[in-house]
Design a protein around this ligand. Structure first.
Ligand code: BV8
Ligand code: ZN
Length: 250
């Protein structure tokens, strides 16, 4: 542990004052809470990939299969708790250093940890809306009893997440551009850097001269361009980094 703490402290000592941190998060941050990732072991469901399940075509073809995938995931999400990496990001916000947390995760753990400067850029499973755009929406306070979830119009309610082939919210993307423009540090945590356009954000930051720190247990294209790559589980390493950053800044 000393070794990683020294690498982190040495890196932080090379930085000027840090006031605007942008954080980009993927499924790896929730592994410490007991959830599985998409592309690691356990990432498949009924031999289907996330690209097949998280899509309009996949839902149209088999709404029951897609709803049972979301229901199984929601059962786990509602059983687990935020871990020390989630809490470290709340601490970063409360000490005034976080400009925005951008999460690809739909597990709601950042909100439950108390995060407010947050964009759930791939949506959230606790909201649903009509698959055929009749306008009806709903909020879920737990995994749905009966699936597939029916809509009163005769179609189905679907999770209000961004599926593959669907556009991300343009206001979200605008806000991301703004915060990267003013960032002095970007932290990426637990993301394979595989899904676009989020996978572009670290490249945009680097191109603008923003310092980049990557936390992942595996090396990715993001790790390769990071100014510091921390190959230690984020539930262990991210709290150390945040505490060192706070000490250095005050
Ligand atoms: C769009 C839904 C415009 C909710 C998700 C070819 C090239 C470039 C782009 C494309 C292309 N073909 C198609 C596209 C576009 C496509 C895309 O990127 N496809 C990929 C497969 C190439 N993107 C889209 O369609 C997006 N929309 O572009 O609109 C458009 C429109 C039409 C046509 C073209 C373009 C929409 C993307 C959103 C998809 N929805 N989720 C849900 O059900 O969850 S994405 C899904 O993957 C989740 O949101 C997930 O978060 C996300 C990314 O995965 P990660 O979070 O990174 O998770 P992963 O398992 O991959 O990695 C986990 C990492 O954690 C690993 O690296 C692991 O090592 C690490 N880890 C594990 N344990 C730990 C750890 N790290 C630290 N500590 C630990 N303890
Ligand atoms: Zn409807």
């Amino acid at each position: 542990m000393q070794q990683i703490t020294k690498r982190i402290t040495d890196f932080i000592n090379t930085l000027d004052n840090i006031n605007n941190v942008v954080v980009v998060v993927g499924a790896g941050i929730s592994v410490g809470s007991g959830l599985t990732t998409f592309r690691g072991p356990g990432g498949l469901y009924e031999n289907k990939t996330v690209e097949e399940l998280a899509s309009r075509a996949g839902f149209a073809e088999d709404p029951l299969l897609v709803w049972s995938w979301y229901k199984a995931r929601m059962e786990r999400m509602f059983e687990v708790e935020p871990n020390s990496a989630h809490h470290a990001l709340v601490k970063l916000e409360r000490r005034g250093l976080l400009s925005l947390l951008i999460t690809q995760n739909v597990d709601g753990l950042h909100r439950r940890a108390g995060q407010s400067k947050l964009i759930e850029i791939h949506g959230t499973v606790v909201k649903t809306h009509c698959f055929d755009h009749c306008g009806r929406t709903a909020e879920l306070d737990g995994p749905p009893e009966d699936i597939p979830v029916k809509c009163e119009c005769g179609s189905y309610q679907r999770p209000s997440v961004v599926w593959f082939g669907e556009q991300l919210n343009s206001e979200h993307l605008q806000k991301v551009d703004e915060v990267i423009d003013n960032a002095d540090l970007m932290i990426t945590v637990g993301t394979s850097g595989y899904v676009y356009p989020v996978a572009n954000f670290p490249f945009v930051a680097k191109h603008k001269g923003v310092k980049l720190v990557d936390f992942n247990i595996n090396r990715t294209q993001i790790s390769d361009m990071a100014d510091l790559f921390v190959q230690v589980p984020s539930e262990i390493s991210l709290p150390i980094f945040v505490d060192e950053l706070i000490v250095r800044n005050f």
